[in-house]
Design a protein around this ligand. Structure first.
Ligand SMILES: [Zn+2]
Ligand SMILES: [Zn+2]
Length: 234
């Protein structure tokens, strides 16, 4: 019984009583751990032993301690090894609205998403698996699209002949229509006034394409492309 996985309801009850005690402690209100325990074990946690309740409190301390948050000093942080308890406790703390960090909020905006990802990468704990969004919320946006010239695309792709014009590698895979997969990229983006002409477009493998847009060295990388492909005009 003692090793049986705790249900969400049991964890929520444990987290709730823990947060009550933590709040009292923070506000200087005297409380008795034994009384809180007795109350909890008479409710949802009926059937759990005093020992496993105490250990669960220590697990909660561990999760808070690990996040750099205040915890009840009387419950020495103890990691529950070999189970997903840490993750479950964290989710319960989130359900109880105890952990609030804007960076955890899902967003439809790409730059916000990337910014939040960057912040969270610094503190993410791999033991704690994110619950994710089983049913992601959606929204609609207005986007500007350009009329693209199919002849320009066809010419550039045929000219490339299945090889990336930047690195010379073969296209990474074939499409269902048997054409090698390359991406047609505008050296000067159309959004910045670049023309849709063969003098401004190039066929790239996905790696070089991303590199040309995102990399730290994109400026020198793009200059190399201009040097390599003589039809391109700045
Ligand atoms: Zn390439
Ligand atoms: Zn591009």
């Amino acid at each position: 019984m003692a090793n049986e996985t705790w249900t969400d309801a049991e964890l929520d009850a444990s987290v709730k009583v823990y947060l009550e005690m933590l709040s009292k402690e923070k506000n200087g209100i005297p409380y008795k751990k034994s009384e809180h325990r007795k109350q909890a074990l008479a409710g949802v946690l009926k059937g759990r032993s005093e020992g496993s309740f105490e250990f669960r409190m220590q697990n909660i301390s561990y999760v808070l301690y690990d996040l750099g948050l205040p915890y009840i000093k009387g419950y020495k942080p103890a990691k529950n090894i070999g189970t997903n308890t840490t993750a479950s406790i964290l989710r319960s703390l989130e359900r109880n609205k105890f952990i609030i960090d804007d960076n955890y909020e899902p967003t439809p905006e790409d730059d916000k998403l990337k910014q939040r990802t960057k912040q969270l990468r610094r503190k993410i704990n791999l033991i704690v698996r994110p619950t994710g969004q089983p049913k992601p919320q959606k929204t609609e946006t207005t986007i500007t699209v350009y009329y693209r010239d199919p002849a320009v695309r066809a010419w550039v792709l045929e000219k490339a002949n299945g090889k990336c014009e930047a690195c010379g590698s073969d296209a990474p895979f074939f499409l269902p229509d048997e054409y090698p997969f390359l991406e047609v990229h505008h050296m000067i983006p159309m959004a910045l006034g670049g023309p849709d002409t063969i003098e401004n477009t190039i066929a790239l493998c996905p790696n070089c394409h991303r590199r040309s847009h995102l990399s730290k060295d994109k400026e020198s990388f793009n200059n190399e492309i201009y040097k390599k492909v003589s039809r391109l005009k700045k």
